[in-house]
Design a protein around this ligand. Structure first.
Ligand SMILES: NC(=O)c1ccc[n+]([C@@H]2O[C@H](COP(=O)([O-])OP(=O)(O)OC[C@H]3O[C@@H](n4cnc5c(N)ncnc54)[C@H](O)[C@@H]3O)[C@@H](O)[C@H]2O)c1
Length: 270
């Protein structure tokens, strides 16, 4: 049997590397794609697999995506079992204070990046049995978070896109799913935590996060496991990490003010 192959965007970041390692350890071919080669070289040594390729990719560019998918196809033997559209950025702040350039960049990377990814990968996904198109949404797509309004909008878009694609791609036998992480210990979370504190990151800042429940700190390997399950074990569409993140969606379906109060009680006070 030919080796299965996964294409990962944001492949030099916390979740990208963890997912690459999970699949490489299980014998998959892994393509890590990200903005710069130096970060990718470090990611490749962290994944430490014999069948790992890297490629510079800006997900906001269709031309860049076309090239990346073509290079991946040469590496994988013309297949893509799993597309993991995971690259993202998360600048925060009140909507009224954000520059238009920042707002556009969030939407370009987090929304258009995923759309470009699916469209560029489609020819390979179509010729691969049981392929999965997986994207990274967020817990903010259960109920929007203050000071993350544009990020919230972008991740709701990913969640909606996932559902729509699960219908559109069914005709080709391609599945569609997303992962909705809560608080995952990655460079992004550390950077945003430090920005929130107004000083350089220190490990002790992570102690301020909830110790239990949906927003407890989880390792990036938890995302890798969710992606693994999405491919192997399940026809679920939304993968909440940890599972309690999904409670907000369930509460919201019954009582939206209760869900709002719950989010308000422990996130972004003041
Ligand atoms: N860390 C969390 O708590 C958390 C929670 C919910 C959702 N997420 C989402 O998870 C995904 C992965 O984030 P992470 O936590 O691993 O962060 P990270 O910052 O470690 O990784 C993100 C990667 O995306 C890359 N990237 C950014 N813009 C890009 C572009 N234009 N083209 C290609 N690559 C680009 C970055 O270079 C980086 O390597 C993101 O979509 C993020 O929004 C993270």
């Amino acid at each position: 049997m030919n080796q299965r192959a996964i294409f990962i965007t944001g492949g030099a970041g916390g979740m990208g590397v963890a997912t690459g390692k999970r699949f490489a350890d299980a014998g998959w071919k892994v393509g890590l794609f990200d903005l710069n080669q130096q970060a990718l070289d470090e990611a490749k040594s962290a994944v430490d697999g014999s069948a790992v390729m890297t490629g510079v990719l800006d997900v906001t560019s269709t031309a860049s995506f076309t090239q990346a998918v073509s290079d991946f196809s040469n590496f994988s033997g013309g297949r893509m079992d799993l597309l993991f559209n995971n690259a993202g950025i998360a600048p925060g702040g009140l909507l009224e204070d954000m520059s238009e350039a920042t707002i556009k960049s969030i939407l370009e990377v987090n929304v258009m990046g995923v759309i470009h990814g699916i469209r560029a990968a489609l020819p390979l996904l179509k010729v691969t049995d049981n392929a999965l198109s997986m994207s990274t949404s967020s817990s903010v797509a259960t109920f929007g978070h203050a000071k993350r309004a544009v990020y919230t909008a972008s991740k709701f878009a990913v969640k909606g896109l996932t559902e729509a694609m699960s219908l559109e791609l069914e005709a080709y036998g391609i599945r569609s799913a997303d992962v909705l992480p809560g608080c995952i210990d990655t460079p992004m979370l550390r950077e945003e935590t430090a920005k929130g504190a107004g000083r350089p990151f220190e490990l002790s800042m992570l102690n301020g996060l909830p110790q239990s429940g949906a927003y407890r700190l989880m390792p990036a390997t938890a995302i890798a496991e969710a992606v693994w399950s999405a491919y192997h074990d399940s026809d679920q569409i939304h993968f909440y990490v940890p599972e309690e993140v999904g409670d907000t969606d369930r509460v919201k379906a019954l009582d939206i003010q209760a869900a709002r109060a719950e989010i308000k009680s422990f996130l972004y006070r003041g």
